[in-house]
Design a protein around this ligand. Sequence first.
Ligand code: 5GP
Ligand code: MN
Length: 352
Amino acid sequence: MKFTETLTDVIEPAQVNQIMQAIKEAEQIVITTHLSPDGDAIGSSLALYHFLKRNGKKVRIIVPNSFPYFLKWMEGAGEISVAEYNPEAARHILMQANLIFSLDYNIHKRIGLMAPMLESSPATKILIDHHLFPGNGFDIVASHPEISSTCELIFRLLFQAGKYEELTKTEAECIYCGMMTDTGGFTYNSSDPEIFEIISLLLRKEINKDTIYSQVFHNYSAERFRLLGYTLSQRMEIYPDLHAALIWLSKEDQAMFQFSKGDTEGFVNYPLSIKGIIFSTFIREDEGLIKLSFRSQLSFPCNEFAFDFFNGGGHLNASGGEFYGSLEMALKTYSEGLKKYEKLLKQSMNKD
Ligand code: 5GP
Ligand code: MN
């Protein structure tokens, strides 16, 4: 196939060999991914999991906490261990591993209660990720912020290692899922032509991309939609001069609509559809903390806002953070942040 030859070697070929060699030598492999795992986290973990298992490896996936129902259709999702449910078992699995993969996160803090377990494990540690600023504590670092999903990196790793021919439909489905979710169904961060060359290669594995889309995006409860309607009509603030919009939800708001994990996924994107808005924030009261999601357009760096005010980070146009305190205090901190970023917000709107 002519076009397969055009994929760039994004991962250093020497590093591909190093990773494949580490896999060859390992007996027990553990795959880890970030808190509140999303489609890219679960998709990349499962794709690698199936590949390793098919190649005769003993492999497990451990995630810090549970993941939403619309990701559970992926084959193998039921075999994923959740550390929060049994921290001692998670510690044991990580301590026994020879090789640990860290997928879709850049620093240990992003795996919550698993961070000290990972740090004390004697295993070789391989990071494969697309967030800026990879942290310490990894033996092999394949960090590519220019790539829009970790799933794409897993594809590239296997492709570069000459494993495309043997890639299964199941693996292709998991990879496609994360490429799709991390780009909002290829609506942002997805203008690199090679993304579509990779999709073409995945389709050749007979995946049904329309079914995958439906399983993820057409699988919500009616309550989620009522909650979305409520959020946009009752809990949205627009700051037209600053090109910013805020939505927020208290615990009581969520309880009114039988909130279930994943129900608010994607809410933060809606205000960006409003003409003139380039910065959207979603503040949600969670168990013991306030969780924040940020999205931006053009050159406005929402990851810097997340870092400066909410101990967070992420990508230029999609980031998140946390706040320990009341919802009122989080809202106040946001307002102060907006004031500090006023100039940059106005500039970002006009410059691009
Ligand atoms: P989401 O808003 O979908 O939860 O997250 C968007 C992006 O921000 C993801 O790439 C995610 O990895 C990153 N992110 C979310 N929450 C946090 C956080 O608390 N800290 C950091 N550093 N990044 C986060
Ligand atoms: Mn990702």
